[in-house]
Design a protein around this ligand. Structure first.
Ligand code: ADP
Length: 139
C-alpha cells in the first residue's frame, strides 16, 4: 500500500492545490492532505499535524511527500526542503507535480492580498472557499 502526504498551510485552499490533489490521487493508493497547524474520493483524507513533516510522514507510514511546483521560484526552496527531508528520513521520497498552467501564478498569499484589497478571486478558489473568505473579511 503506497500512501502519500500532500502538506501545506492551504490558507486558503486554491484551485492550484485542488489540481495537484486531483493529479496525485491516481498515483497512490491513499493520499493524505496534511494541514500544517504550526502556521496557522475515499482515497483522500485531510489531517492536521505539528512538528517535523518527516516525523509525521514516518508515523503515518507514508512512502512519499507530494509537493506542487509553479515557477522556477518554487524550485529553489522546494529542492532544499526535499534534500533536508531526505537527510532526516532517507526512506521517504519527495514527488513534485505541476498544476495546470492556468494556476501557475496562483498562491494563497497573493490571493489573500488581492481579496483583502477588494479584488476578484473567483475561478481561482472553490466557491465555498470564496464564501468563507468573504465571511471572514466582513467579521
Ligand atoms: P506552503 O505553506 O509551503 O507555502 P501551501 O499551502 O501554499 O504551502 O501549498 C502547499 C503545496 O501546494 C506546496 O507544495 C505548493 O508548492 C503547492 N502549490 C500551491 N499553489 C500551487 C499552484 N498554483 N500550482 C502548483 N502547486 C501549488
Amino acid at each position: 500500500m503506497k500512501r502519500a502526504i500532500f502538506p501545506g498551510s492551504f490558507d486558503p485552499l486554491t484551485k492550484g492545490h485542488l489540481d495537484i490533489i486531483q493529479r496525485s490521487v491516481p498515483l497512490f493508493d491513499e493520499m493524505i492532505v496534511a494541514v500544517n497547524t504550526d502556521t496557522g474520493d475515499c482515497r483522500m483524507a485531510v489531517e492536521s499535524f505539528q512538528g517535523l513533516l518527516v516525523d509525521y510522514a514516518k508515523q503515518r507510514e507514508a512512502a512519499a511527500i507530494v509537493r506542487g511546483i509553479r515557477a522556477v521560484s518554487d524550485y529553489d526552496y522546494e529542492v532544499r526542503m526535499a534534500l533536508m527531508n531526505r537527510r532526516l528520513e532517507p526512506e521517504i521520497e519527495t514527488v513534485f507535480l505541476m498544476a495546470a498552467e492556468e494556476y501557475s501564478y496562483v498562491s494563497s498569499r497573493l490571493l489573500k492580498q488581492v481579496f483583502r484589497l477588494g479584488g476578484r478571486v473567483d475561478g481561482l478558489v472553490p466557491a465555498l472557499v470564496e464564501k468563507r473568505m468573504r465571511e471572514k473579511l466582513n467579521k
